[in-house]
Write a protein of this length. Structure first.
Length: 305
């Protein structure tokens, strides 16, 4: 008799044929019994050979529960919702298509929820794997744009205005259904446009249900970052996408919420100049301008420029 499914992992993929197999392989080689989890890959209109790679992997790994679906509506929120629709487990985990999970990743997640019955959600650490190496201009204040995330050195509860990143987050399936999944008005990347903030919106709605969201630094994935792709255009798209997402969220709440957000972003822009001066005085001027530019781009997105 097979073990009951304990956790479903959803990987949404878009033109990551170079990395998707490694992501799937890292989940196949978990310490958790293969009968205790399933992996659902959702292809979001990839134009490379992602489908061929995924289907081939599934065909040659029949001793595990791997499934493949397509989602034609462009955007990560649509694809994540599709993956969740097919999930059959009480726990729902989301991981990126260019991430590598630790071998005990799923086992630690399952144990965490067994030991913390009050946990409504869980976030883990995301460690950038820079290829070939970390850029000299990268800093703590910019690294979140490439997926880096480390909230606390110990297990802790997220503060009211903090939340996990979508690329390493776990939620109970019942709660995912209760808040109706990701807000598709915040789809993520659609073509060359990015409207982000879907994870922030998601967890804030979950918190409104009174759920407790934890962070555990031992639940880790590595996230591949090709430094050659960190162009000015790419960084602008990500940073301005954060602002666009906040514009959508605040407009839904009303004009006063939107104006307050503008003031907050202007304050953060001012703080970025202080940080830039600090980096310069420390002899690290290459880190100064990216911090400031991040806040300028985010403000542009908020103002829809």
């Amino acid at each position: 008799m097979s073990d009951p499914l304990k956790i479903s992992v959803v990987i949404c993929t878009y033109n990551r044929c170079v990395y998707i197999k490694d992501a799937m392989e890292s989940l196949y080689n978990q310490t958790l019994s293969k009968n205790a989890f399933e992996v659902i890959v959702v292809n979001n209109n990839s134009t490379d050979n992602t489908e061929q790679i995924c289907q081939s992997f599934i065909a040659t790994h029949t001793d595990a529960h791997f499934y493949y679906y397509n989602e034609k509506q462009q955007g990560a929120s649509f694809a994540r919702n599709t993956g969740a629709f097919y999930a059959r487990s009480p726990l729902l985990c989301f991981m990126d298509d260019d991430a590598i999970a630790d071998k005990d990743y799923l086992e630690k997640i399952v144990v965490f929820f067994e030991q913390h019955p009050d946990a409504g959600g869980l976030g883990g650490r995301i460690i950038p794997r820079y290829i070939p190496e970390e850029p000299r201009w990268m800093s703590h204040f910019v690294s979140s744009l490439v997926g880096h995330f480390h909230y606390s050195e110990t297990v802790s509860i997220f503060k009211a205005n903090r939340y996990p990143l979508e690329s390493n987050m776990i939620i109970r399936k019942a709660d995912f259904d209760a808040i109706k999944g990701f807000n598709t008005a915040l789809p993520g990347v659609v073509g060359t446009l990015r409207i982000g903030g879907e994870g922030k919106d998601f967890f804030f709605r979950l918190k409104e249900l009174g759920r407790t969201i934890y962070y555990d630094p031992a639940i880790r994935v590595q996230h591949v970052v090709e430094t050659v792709k960190l162009t000015r255009e790419y960084m602008y798209r990500v940073a301005s996408g954060i602002g666009r997402g906040e514009r959508v969220r605040m407009k839904e709440k009303g004009n006063w919420a939107f104006y307050k957000k503008i003031i907050e972003y202007i304050f953060k822009l001012g703080a970025s100049f202080v940080l830039g001066i600090k980096y310069t005085l420390q002899g690290r001027p290459s880190k100064a301008w990216p911090v400031i530019r991040f806040r300028i781009d985010a403000l542009k997105g908020l103002l829809n420029h």
